[in-house]
Design a protein around this ligand. Structure first.
Ligand code: NAP
Length: 302
């Protein structure tokens, strides 16, 4: 099977040897050819559909596919799969833990106290005192939930179907999850239903002094409303990895806000060492005419 590597922003030299090693029957090329049957992509622009008449599978190297789905050149009849890279899933779990522990152990407050040379011990809380709300209980949310529950946090996931997992409570009632959470972690995909979900009304329903970690997509939170919630101390801190405009413009108030921790969309990156064997195995499934893993439901948008 001939496979086009067209992953914007990814260095082919980091991927092709690993892909070829894991899928020796695959022929990987860097330019469109008429007999290409699969394409590896990340984000637009994609190769023109007319240049790949035999295309029957598109493999994303990323877990979020909102930008790909918005691309008109992605042929509607060709299945698209996300990359369920075990390294990326582990990285996101670590980032969730880093945010939750930073807030839980008051490290964000001690950093501010240090900047003012202020010696100010704060009361200690136990993990069991804190409820971590999870918006998005999919591949990433479930992995994070297991790790948080393992540390003794109360975990409350917003789910549409009842979910039974050790140490993780679930609720279909968003208002309940918002009201019960000490720190809210967003791991939702960006879809028409989730765009702008975290707005002024949502923040007003949260506990006073709660925190937010948005590690999913910037457009899920209304930035103006989030800034207001932080300024009015409705929220005590926001860990933001994703933004409506990326890179975050230098003049954006998030950069200098004392209650915001900014990271440049690095919560979890695809790592070729762990992702290439997974991608190669998925391509091998396609070559054998088996159903690939990680298929995106275009109607749902994730
Ligand atoms: P996933 O496995 O598709 O899970 C998505 C979860 O969100 C599912 O539990 C789904 O519920 C839920 N959901 C979707 N729409 C909903 C709605 N309208 N109301 C309630 N729940 C809804 O996705 P994932 O692999 O965990 O990834 C989540 C997102 O993380 C990605 O889409 C991507 O944008 C982001 N991400 C960010 C980074 C980064 O570096 N910042 C890295 C990787 C991924 P159902 O089970 O009911 O469908």
């Amino acid at each position: 099977m001939k496979i086009l590597f067209a992953a914007q922003g990814e260095e082919p030299a980091r991927w092709l040897p690993l892909l070829a090693q894991s899928f020796p029957d695959g022929e990987f090329v860097l330019a469109p050819q008429a007999d290409v049957e699969a394409a590896i992509v990340t984000r637009p622009p994609l190769p023109p559909a007319g240049a790949l008449p035999r295309l029957r599978f598109v493999q994303s190297l990323w877990m979020g596919v909102d930008r790909l789905l918005a691309e008109a050149t992605l042929p509607a009849h060709v299945p698209l799969a996300r990359c369920l890279d075990p390294g990326m899933i582990a990285a996101m779990t670590e980032t969730v833990l880093a945010c939750v522990l930073d807030w839980h152990r008051d490290r964000h407050r001690y950093r501010r106290a240090q900047a003012e040379a202020r010696w100010q011990p704060l009361a200690q809380h136990l993990a069991a005192d804190r409820t971590v709300g999870l918006l998005g209980y999919g591949v990433l949310g479930q992995a994070a939930a297991r790790a948080l529950a393992g540390l003794g946090f109360e975990v409350l996931a917003w789910t549409r179907k009842p979910s039974a997992s050790a140490g993780v409570a679930s609720s279909a009632d968003l208002e309940h999850v918002l009201a019960a959470s000490d720190i809210l972690v967003c791991l939702l995909p960006l879809t028409p239903a989730t765009r702008g979900l975290l707005d002024r009304q949502a923040f007003a329903r949260m506990k006073k002094g709660a925190a937010l970690a948005n590690l999913a997509r910037g457009e899920i939170a209304v930035e103006h409303d989030l800034l207001a919630a932080l300024d009015e101390r409705v929220l005590s801190h926001a860990y933001l990895d994703v933004f409506a405009e990326e890179p975050l413009p230098p003049a954006h108030p998030f950069w200098r806000h004392p209650a915001v921790t900014v990271t440049p969309h690095v919560a979890a990156l695809t790592d070729p060492r762990t992702a290439a064997p997974w991608v190669a195995a998925n391509l091998a499934r396609v070559a054998r005419c088996e159903r690939p893993l990680g298929l995106v439901d275009r109607a749902r948008g994730y």
